[in-house]
Write a new protein. Structure first.
Length: 698
């Protein structure tokens, strides 16, 4: 067992260095206290590492309950085989030999016809590079299975950022306390970026102003000095309106623009179309809010924008991120380490994908690609058909859009489904086999972050519970069963971790054994990290590209544009007449996507699935607080408890998510209502581009 510096001794136990695996920008460094009990190591405490600069000794409410998750009585601890109908969740225990032998035989039969009929389905149930995709990617590449386009969360914003500034990088979180103005744009940091919020609070104590731009008055918006409540999907219009005012009032940093940007004249012409009055009408706010924000943004230095992924989940989400990412260059905020924009830092980590994922195992094949956001459609209409689905690190029946279509696809009698899981989730209910996976306390992993600049190690604190195995080991054993004899399938988790990063650039000094010992290490970047203070953008031109020739070659608008939501009055008047309310489904504070929903303590805090509705909209519909309502559109309907509150802006209702269906009164969640339409850039889902009606339940 690896001991941390200052490990406890005697009866108190040993401290093991670990890392939070969940889909959160904070990627916390953890200390796990372990004791020997009846000859086995038992974890008795999980805490944040006080020496890690971003974690600073604090874990969120969710991860502080990690022992409850690891030792949960409903944990899947043995391989299970379905004995009931798909969706019933009825299983019988089987041996690993029986499960793997049958799975390998079934996959082999399908692959003999066409390996593209086999599809992996995974996302960020763990963010670890070893237990995420390393051995899994090798297995599917050797098999020749379909590729999965992993779009469910961030590709619209990530690709838009790359087209504009060249990569997914931005302002160092450790600089935010030095900002004079912090803008939380589609970001509820208290729920989803807690450690950045701590730095924002320090900036506030130093006199900084905090502004939230969000359709919903979230916990974060409530604590900011100002809240600008746009209608969902109108962020690009607001950003273009801000540009209009910056240009009109001489608030452009023309020296920075001339030296380090491309396409200013075209962008200026585009921005002229977005007067504050027009933007106010599009966004459902006042013209004064546009003008006042633009002036503060242009005049306050340094200003940092914390941009998050919710605002990109509409038809024009990619263009919205493009527009917002142009603002720091226009105003010159990149000059200061505490200025700029932060959506993701993941692009600065030089992951060695060739070494980890071994694309050479494809041997020249180019399998088709299945978009995870349209799995509901593809399970029923893909050509060739999907005959087998291997699900790991994801819960698509709960999290994918157009949930009724997803469930119909999973219910197909001729679909062979294997799920690697900790619990019997909504997706596991449909599995032919459920294979028990280890939790973060039971395996080795290595982590990058998309919210800070540190690499972290995760040491196994305890032995795997029951017969659970790491994802990597499950795919190793499947490879053996299928007689894949390439030496890469016998590499250990430590050997995989050694290969995680290229030995150049920011990880030139990466040493896995040393990292395991110390727990975390900052990337090799300056302490005062200001990535674009002197240009240096990693776009083809080396400049911040207001005009993107790459997008032009793809037949897309090369300049940031406002694309009205698919489901908006000005895009579809007939639909809006029947379903006049926009709906968004941001994360509930006590859940992380669909993780932690089955923990009784956290679910009890959330209560039950609700919809928040503005008093004006509620009165118009005869809806009273704390009564049951039906929320519906052409795709489906759900039964929710109404909360009448002005936290929801007029014209927009809010359903905090993502609930497992089995814990809802009607066995449904908000994705019954969302569509499989995709974004303008990044092929991503449009969860927040959705119209509904709400009525009192009969």
């Amino acid at each position: 067992m690896v001991q941390a510096t200052g490990a406890l001794s005697g009866n108190e136990g040993t401290i093991v260095r670990a890392a939070c695996p969940h889909d959160c920008p904070d990627t916390c460094a953890m200390l796990v206290t372990v004791r020997e009990e009846q000859g086995r190591r038992v974890a008795v405490k999980v805490a944040g590492d006080p020496t890690h600069p971003t974690t600073a000794g604090t874990l969120c409410t969710k991860v502080s309950r990690y022992l409850e998750r690891t030792y949960h009585p409903d944990r899947v601890l043995h391989p299970l085989k379905r004995i009931g109908a798909k969706g019933e969740g009825r299983f019988v225990r089987v041996s690993w030999d029986e499960a793997l032998s049958d799975i390998a035989a079934r996959l082999g039969q399908i692959a003999a016809r066409d390996p593209q009929r086999i599809v992996p389905y995974s996302y960020c149930g763990t963010m670890g590079l070893v237990q995420g995709e390393a051995m899994a990617a090798r297995f599917f590449n050797k098999l020749g299975a379909s590729f999965l386009d992993r779009t469910i969360c961030s590709t619209a914003g990530g690709e838009a950022l790359a087209y504009t500034i060249g990569a997914k990088t931005g302002t160092d979180v450790e600089q935010f306390q030095n900002s004079k103005l912090i803008v939380f744009w589609g970001c509820n940091a208290i729920a989803s970026n807690l450690h950045l919020w701590s730095r924002a609070q320090e900036a506030k104590r130093r006199g900084a102003k905090l502004i939230a731009i969000d359709p919903y008055r979230s916990l974060t918006a409530e604590k900011c000095h100002q809240h600008i409540a746009l209608m969902p999907g109108t962020d690009a219009a607001f950003a273009l309106g801000v540009m209009h005012v910056l240009m009109r009032e001489g608030l452009i940093d023309h020296d920075y623009v001339a030296r380090y940007t491309l396409g200013y004249d075209g962008l200026a012409e585009r921005a002229q179309e977005f007067s504050p009055e027009r933007v106010a009408a599009l966004c459902g706010i006042s013209a004064a809010e546009v003008e006042n924000f633009a002036r503060e943004y242009g005049q306050t230095r340094p200003t940092a924008i914390r941009l998050n992924y919710g605002m990109q989940r509409a038809r024009g989400g990619g263009n919205a991120v493009r527009a917002i990412a142009c603002l720091p260059a226009l105003a010159g905020h990149w000059r200061d380490p505490a200025g700029g924009v932060l959506l993701s830092t993941s692009g600065i980590f030089p992951v060695d994908e060739d070494a980890l994922y071994r694309p050479d195992l494809l041997a020249g094949r180019t399998p088709r690609t299945i978009n995870m956001s349209t799995i509901g459609h593809d399970l029923q209409h893909a050509d060739p058909p999907i005959d087998a689905l291997i699900v790991y690190n994801s819960n698509p029946v709960a999290i994918a859009p157009d949930s009724r279509a997803v469930a119909r696809g999973f219910a197909r009698a001729n679909l062979f489904t294997v799920v690697l899981e900790h619990f019997i989730t909504d997706t596991a209910d449909y599995a032919d086999y459920v294979l028990p996976a280890t939790t973060q306390l039971e395996h080795v992993d290595v982590h990058k972050s998309y919210g800070h600049l540190y690499v972290l190690a995760n040491n196994a604190a305890i032995e795997p519970r029951g017969e659970s195995l790491p994802n990597s080991e499950i795919f190793r054993r499947l490879a053996t069963q299928m007689q894949f004899d390439d030496p890469c399938f016998s590499e250990t988790d430590d050997e995989l971790a050694v290969q995680a990063f290229k030995r150049k650039g920011a990880t030139a000094n990466f040493d896995w054994q040393r990292l395991k010992d110390i727990g975390w290490q900052r990337l090799d970047v300056p302490d005062q990290y200001a990535p674009f203070a002197h240009g240096g953008f990693t776009t083809p031109s080396g400049r911040c590209e207001f005009y993107s020739e790459q997008l032009a070659k793809l037949g897309q608008d090369p300049l940031p544009a406002y694309l009205a939501p698919n489901e908006a009055p000005d895009a579809n008047k007939a639909l809006a007449q029947r379903y006049p309310l926009a709906i968004i489904s941001p994360p509930a504070r006590n859940f992380l996507n669909s993780t932690f929903v089955n923990l009784t303590s956290l679910r009890s805090t959330e209560g039950e699935p609700i919809v928040e509705i503005h008093p004006r909209d509620a009165q118009h519909r005869g809806i009273i607080d704390a009564t049951r309502v039906r929320v519906f559109n052409d795709r489906g309907s759900i039964d929710l408890l109404a909360r009448v509150t002005d936290r929801a802006r007029p014209g927009c209702v809010v359903a905090l998510s993502i609930w497992w269906k089995k814990f809802a009164r009607d066995g449904k969640n908000v994705n019954e209502l969302t569509s499989q339409a995709l974004t303008d850039i990044g092929r991503a889902p449009t969860f927040y581009d959705c119209l509904v009606e709400v009525e009192a339940a009969p």
